[in-house]
Design a protein around this ligand. Structure first.
Ligand code: ADP
Ligand code: ZN
Length: 741
């Protein structure tokens, strides 16, 4: 070590007469190591400080990681340019970056990038120029209303003022387009003040809790007050008051002057959650997700670092915010697949959150009515504590689940609702109640087939069929986003009018509902029919206010919503999730259908759930019908144990991809030959991935399977060292894979 030592707690200060002082600075770039920089005279740096440093011709932001290593000779050493006036990244945040990098086998700089995702937040806050539409203004003579200009104006018809950069991005045009509109007097400039962030008030009274709820809340309060690490599973059926109970853990953290973080699987869909939080605490929490504007992002990041934000609710990326003093983490719907990030750094936010809680010495609460098998097993073996809420609040009963055997109770040709379900819908409408039809498939039909030659419309870039979206008059690939107009003739044989839609998507069910119940008010709720949180909020309001009778939706509808008049849930294709047959297909189908079923009968009226299936004898269907959750988990656990699969064994996947299929194959084969193999460690593959072509890239997979006690990261690191990978091929490591596509 040179200069003053960071680990001894001394600041790293340059002294003109003393020895040269160096620091290691981690940059948010795909770099394996922090780089050394010189501390210029007059500057004092501490570990965690945010700094600007030169890198080649550029200047980049970085974080002081510790003392310089001395690897670079003094003459070539560059100096830190400046230190930003923001609180340093706390020690626990830095250890977390390192931990995530090591666990997921991602470069630390890449993980750091998630923690310094808003460079603008490092600068002192200043009002930002934004624009509104000036409604009474006419374009000056000769001003051409080009498409990009129209798009910008259309954007501004709806929503808050936005900065030129945001408008350009949303409208898919250059900033010059926005400037042109402003110069033509069509936009109203406004100065945005820093985002107002509410101060939730923990002293407000919550509802009177039931005995079980109070016991659960008290246990959580004590854990938060103790300020020690623990993981607790808060387990209880939907409607048992889990949210109410974990609000008490949040209140306990605020009481201590600490911050609280709540992760939700789909924050953009959680308007009801936000309203409810605001009613309980008198102010909204700070949000963190992809729908925020740049200014909100900047102000929130800064306020979290300053400790001015007591509660953050967010998507998985909220884990990487620079909390000044985090006191508790809550992971709602902890079993949800959305917590797995599949791009860039591949990580599971729930698992990383447990590590974050451990590093920070704080409690974490995992909340679910249908925990992941991982969490369930950890709770059964007392690695995690468990708090159980036995019944629905206020005596609301769980809905009855009936199976509809589609082999016997058959819908008419080119229809998808069985007579029994149709009858139940009639009864529900007659009672003046609401129904929901669930089908986890967007669009009109998942496959379009030529009746003349048998050709199937396929994505040219992916191993996937094109999905017809009749409302948008498009064929779309759900993997790469390719979108093309509906075809009138077969691209293969050229016949006209021979293309036939096969199978249903929500749009087709909507059509069937309109035919069966012409007087019912129905609507589709899917991620591509509802643009953004406002549209979802409006839809949720319409349902709550009973402006709709039948709702047809995908899983965006399954999550968290509470509709008192909804008494019938029909699952159009309960078998859908089982088709792929991957490791967790049964578990995921059970969780999803259980959650969908939980939408029924949440108010005073009892609910009914009907599952349409071709496999009524399947254990998932049987468990759902019998309401036997633990029996299902038991069976699932036995199967996994037998097969040595997670959570009883470990998996890691390598995904080899590239545009050049020969190069990809060569690397995959080399990895196959170099694979670590032993009595206990097995490597399967290489094999073409189920999505063998994705966004124009060819893909091969290898799967490493090892006992639970094996540390797979060093094995994989050695494995990768043995194989040369050319620049046109990428090898991604996915530790604990959830997707096998
Ligand atoms: P969960 O999170 O387990 O699904 P919630 O916390 O959402 O359950 O509770 C379900 C419904 O019951 C909500 O509308 C909630 O406000 C209400 N509720 C739960 N517990 C109480 C209570 N003790 N007093 C009043 N309302 C409650
Ligand atoms: Zn595609």
């Amino acid at each position: 070590m040179r200069g003053a030592s960071a680990s001894s707690g001394q600041p790293l200060q340059a002294d003109l007469l003393g020895p040269e002082v160096r620091v290691r600075v981690l940059l948010p770039l795909p770099l394996r190591e922090p780089y050394d920089y010189r501390v210029p005279a007059g500057m004092t740096l501490n570990p965690g400080d945010f700094v600007e440093v030169p890198l080649g011709p550029r200047r980049v932001i970085g974080v002081v990681w510790g003392d310089g290593a001395g690897a670079v000779e003094s003459a070539r050493l560059k100096a830190v340019v400046r230190r930003f006036d923001v609180p340093p990244m706390p020690e626990v945040g830095r250890r977390f970056v390192e931990w995530v990098a090591a666990y997921t086998m991602t470069m630390p700089g890449q993980v750091l990038r998630m923690a310094v995702s808003v460079p603008a937040a490092l600068e002192p806050p200043k009002p930002t120029l934004a624009y509104l539409r000036k409604h009474d203004a006419e374009p000056p003579p000769g001003f051409k209303m080009t498409d990009p200009r129209k798009r910008v104006l259309a954007l501004l018809d709806d929503g808050p003022p936005r900065t030129p950069a945001e408008l350009a991005e949303e409208a898919g045009c250059g900033v010059a387009v926005v400037r042109g509109l402003a110069e033509a007097g069509l936009l109203e400039p406004v100065l945005l003040q820093p985002t107002k962030l509410g101060k939730p008030d923990w002293t407000r009274e919550g509802p009177t809790l039931s005995g079980d709820q109070e016991a659960a809340a008290e246990e959580l309060r004590q854990r938060v007050a103790s300020g020690a690490y623990s993981t607790v599973l808060l387990d209880g059926v939907t409607g048992s008051g889990k949210t109410e109970v974990y609000y008490e853990a949040i209140a306990a953290a605020l009481k201590q002057g600490k911050q609280a973080l709540v992760l939700l699987p789909e924050i953009a869909l959680s308007a009801q959650w936000l309203d409810r939080f605001a009613r309980r605490f008198g102010a909204p929490p700070a949000e963190w997700h992809s729908e925020l504007t740049g200014a909100q992002r900047r102000d929130t990041w800064r306020a979290v670092a300053n400790g001015e934000v007591p509660v953050v609710v967010g998507a998985r990326s909220a884990l990487f915010l620079p909390y000044k003093d985090l006191g508790v983490i809550v992971i709602d719907e902890e079993h949800d697949a959305a917590y797995k990030q599949e791009e860039g750094a591949i990580y599971h936010a729930r698992d990383m959150a447990v590590a974050r809680a451990h590093l920070g010495g704080i409690p974490i609460v995992l909340v679910s009515a249908t925990p992941s098998l991982e969490t369930k097993v950890n709770a059964d073996s007392n690695r995690y504590a468990r708090i159980h809420l036995p019944g629905r609040h206020g005596g609301a009963v769980l809905p009855d689940v009936e199976l509809i055997d589609l082999r016997k109770d058959r819908p008419p040709a080119r229809h998808w609702l069985a007579p029994t379900l149709k009858k139940a819908l009639e009864e529900t409408l007659a009672e003046g109640e609401q129904a929901m039809l669930f089908l986890n498939r967007r669009g009109y039909a998942p496959l379009t087939l030529c009746r003349a030659c048998g050709h199937r419309l396929q994505c040219p870039n992916c191993t996937a069929w094109l999905v017809e979206h009749r409302l948008a008059r498009k064929l779309q690939c759900h993997h790469c986003g390719l979108s093309q107009p509906l075809a009138h003739s077969c691209p293969e044989c050229g016949e006209e009018g021979t293309l036939a839609a096969c199978g249903p998507g929500v749009e087709r069910i909507f059509e069937e509902v309109a035919e069966l119940f012409p007087d019912a008010r129905s609507a589709i709720m899917a991620s591509d029919t509802l643009f953004g949180p406002r549209a979802i909020q409006e839809m949720v309001r319409k349902i709550t206010d009973h402006e709709l009778d039948i709702l047809i939706g995908t899983q965006v509808m399954a999550k968290g919503h509470h509709f008192p008049m909804l008494t019938l849930v029909g699952v159009v294709d309960a078998d859908l999730g089982l088709a792929g047959g991957d490791l967790r297909a049964g578990e995921r189908t059970y969780q999803l259908l259980h959650q969908v079923a939980g939408r029924a009968g949440r108010g005073q009226r009892p609910g009914r759930v009907m599952l349409q299936t071709y496999m009524p004898e399947h254990p998932v269907m049987q468990a759902l019908a019998a309401g036997d959750r633990d029996g299902f988990y038991q069976l699932e656990a036995e199967m996994r144990l037998e097969a040595g699969m997670p959570p009883f064994g470990r998996l890691a996947a390598l995904i080899v991809s590239g545009e050049d299929s020969v190069a990809v194959e060569r690397v995959a084969m080399a990895l196959g030959r170099a694979a670590p193999r032993s009595e206990t460690v097995h490597v399967l593959g290489p094999a073409p991935a189920p999505l063998a072509l994705l966004r124009g890239r060819h893909r091969r997979r290898l799967l490493l399977k090892a006992p639970r006690t094996t540390q797979v990261q060093p094995l994989i690191a050695r494995w990768l060292e043995d194989v040369e990978v050319p620049p046109n091929v990428r090898v991604q490591v996915d530790v604990d894979p959830y997707s096998f596509l």
